[in-house]
Design a protein around this ligand. Structure first.
Ligand SMILES: C[S@@+](CC[C@H](N)C(=O)[O-])C[C@H]1O[C@@H](n2cnc3c(N)ncnc32)[C@H](O)[C@@H]1O
Length: 277
């Protein structure tokens, strides 16, 4: 089950994700709040017979509770990488994030931004530093732990939503809805309705910005391309935003070193603004 500290950190993160206080969990499990605090600090472990109930409350398997993994495999494709100390995607924001900030010209005060498939939070933390109120949506538990760690290190507030983007009902409306290299996880037959929701949940005058991977016959699939990742076709994004003002659209071929093997991706980037019809 790993070190008690890891177990403690995991249950603390899950508890906060689900919005439970230590007192609430202790009441539901019929133990003292001090016991929960000891577990979370790695100073004690719960009674074995409490594990099924604790797992149910935190909505994970007992396997995951104990090891950080499900026997059926990791929940997120990058879980193994995100569990490592170093930041797989680095801590520098992406170029697209910088382009949004140029367009905003500092006008971020009180504005809300959603980062979908936030990874380890490099862009989410950057946007928070720039003054946005940031929600970071990410499926990977080790990923969200990394986002929390990075935002604390940077002294920035990032609201982490541990969720599956597929079928996720967005709880808020946003000034900016952003994704960087993550919407290939939306199956093609689900895209129309998800983009419709992103557009609908954007305030008038707000932006949507995405970087997506497009299929090119002359570029090989990345070595770490998963079975649940699906290419877009060149121009698809502009189609989804045909009725918005397209501020930037570009196609390029970029180098990547994920999985430790140098390869290339063809990508489309878009920044589009919602305009009153
Ligand atoms: C290529 S990474 C990009 C990470 C980050 N945007 C960046 O540029 O550093 C794609 C991210 O999408 C996340 N992801 C994959 N499927 C997801 C899903 N169904 N819901 C939410 N996030 C998902 C992965 O865990 C991963 O962190």
């Amino acid at each position: 089950m790993g070190h008690p500290n890891e177990f403690g950190r995991r249950i603390a993160a899950l508890r906060k994700d689900k919005g439970y206080t230590q007192e609430k969990i202790s009441a539901l499990l019929n133990v003292t709040p001090q016991a929960i605090s000891k577990w979370e600090q790695g100073n004690a472990l719960p009674d074995t017979l409490l594990l099924p109930l604790l797992a149910r409350l935190l909505r994970v398997s007992i396997d995951y509770l104990l090891t950080g993994e499900n026997s059926a495999g990791p929940i997120g494709p990058y879980d193994g990488e995100y569990r490592k100390e170093e930041y797989y995607w680095g801590m520098q924001p992406s170029e697209l994030a910088g382009q949004i900030m140029e367009l905003m010209r500092g006008d971020t005060g009180g504005k809300r931004l959603l980062d979908i498939g936030s990874g380890e939070g490099r862009d989410a933390v950057y946007f928070a530093k720039c003054g946005f109120q940031v929600d970071a949506l990410e499926i990977s538990f080790p990923g969200v732990e990394k986002i929390r760690r990075y935002s604390q290190l940077a002294g920035q507030q990032v609201n982490v939503l541990r969720a599956d983007m597929i079928g996720c009902e967005l709880p808020e409306t946003y000034d900016v809805i952003y994704s960087h290299g993550s919407l290939q996880f939306l199956p093609p037959d689900q895209r129309q309705k998800h983009f419709a929701q992103y557009k609908q949940r954007t305030k008038l005058g707000g932006l949507n910005a995405h970087l997506i991977f497009v299929e090119k016959p002359f570029i090989k699939k990345a070595p770490d391309w998963e079975k649940n990742e699906f290419f877009y076709q060149s121009g698809d994004l502009a189609g989804y935003y045909h009725d918005w003002e397209i501020l930037q659209w570009a196609e390029s071929i970029v180098d990547c070193n994920s999985a430790g093997i140098p390869h290339r991706h063809a990508v489309n980037r878009i920044i589009a603004r919602k305009i009153e019809a």
